[in-house]
Design a protein around this ligand. Structure first.
Ligand code: SD4
Length: 325
């Protein structure tokens, strides 16, 4: 696994980044490509890459990719094995979007290990964009998904420990500090030059029952515009929803911002709106432009993303950050 961890999050300047392998490439030479949030995006990218390298569609690639994270029992923030809410329910959020602007989403879905595939069927088989809670489960079961208990022994133990104090305060970069895992947002361009994206999570651990974050919200946790590019987010979803973060990143790219500049502006807007909160939380954006350039920016140090293309399938890059704590 190629990890450029010797570069501090704030040290990776645009100039030095362009000298890194793969970075700053543009045009047809950088297709196909898949990028995703956090270190564990590497394994997910590789599954996506199998689809892309065989000439498959970006939509199929991102679905196959994030399913790897959803199936990973060691990952307490996505799919099966996700930590529960404060009442002990594992509730999952996911969305998917294709090159034609079609999108599907599920939120607060229980008992189904692969919410991303349910989201895809919402997109393809219903007249709707989003199904939630009991209705999403009903739809999943009607499509042949299996109902299963998603709360693992580890998840139950963590919840029981949490109940002792029952204090809700998101831990910054919990994904890389404690478990090396988090919400996965994935963006891809296929050989035809088409973009798609997917985002899936169990949300903030020990959230209020019924709480929905940014990850299943089109425009917040994910946005794809085949003319311009795509973006996704990770971190405290409330702040991403408030700023419609992924849509903002894509619209900034439309105005000429590079992916990294657009992500930086989006996190800066969060600071502008809620300066005190912004110091205490993590939010990271990841973006891919139509011509295959990519970039990321986070509020806090510690955000990483994985890049996979023809030359290298296991690259991990540090996202730059506003704060360096
Ligand atoms: C949420 N954005 O539910 C997700 C969780 C996450 O790092 O990404 N945590 O708000």
């Amino acid at each position: 696994m190629a990890i450029l961890s010797t570069l501090g999050a704030c040290e990776l300047s645009t100039k030095s980044k362009s000298s890194l392998p793969l970075s700053g490439k543009s045009g047809s030479s950088n297709k196909p490509i898949v990028i995703s949030t956090w270190d564990f995006g590497v394994a997910a990218n590789q599954a996506a890459w199998r689809v892309l390298s065989e000439g498959g569609r970006a939509l199929d690639a991102v679905e196959a990719g994030v399913r790897i994270a959803e199936a990973d029992l060691e990952n307490p923030t996505v799919g099966k094995g996700g930590f529960p809410d404060r009442d002990g329910h594992v509730t999952l959020d996911a969305c998917i979007m294709d090159e034609e602007g079609n999108c599907g989403s599920v939120a607060a879905l229980e008992y189904i290990a692969h919410p991303i595939s349910v989201a895809r069927l919402v997109m393809e088989k219903t007249p709707h964009v989003m199904l939630v809670g009991a209705g999403a489960l009903q739809f999943a079961l009607s499509q042949g998904f299996e109902k299963e208990q998603l709360l693992t022994q580890t998840g139950r133990k963590a919840w029981e420990e949490w109940l002792i104090e029952a204090k809700y305060s998101p831990v910054m970069n919990i994904e890389n500090q404690q478990y090396n895992h988090d919400t996965i947002g994935m963006l891809a361009i296929d050989q035809q030059g088409n973009l798609s994206g997917a985002c899936t999570t169990s949300g903030m651990a020990f959230k209020m029952h019924g709480r929905v974050g940014d990850s299943p919200i089109i425009g917040a946790g994910l946005y794809v515009d085949n003319e311009v590019g795509a973006a996704t987010s990770t971190g405290v979803g409330e702040e991403v929803i408030r700023s419609v973060g992924s849509f903002l990143v894509v619209e900034l790219m439309r105005q000429g911002y590079s992916p990294e500049e657009a992500c930086k502006e989006a996190v800066s807007r969060i600071i502008k709106k809620k300066p005190e909160i912004a110091k205490e939380i993590q939010v990271g954006f990841l973006a891919l432009s139509k011509d295959g350039q990519y970039g990321a920016y986070a509020l806090q140090n510690g955000f990483t993303y994985a890049v996979c293309d023809r030359e290298q399938q296991d690259l991990i890059l540090p996202g730059k950050s506003i704060y360096s704590n």
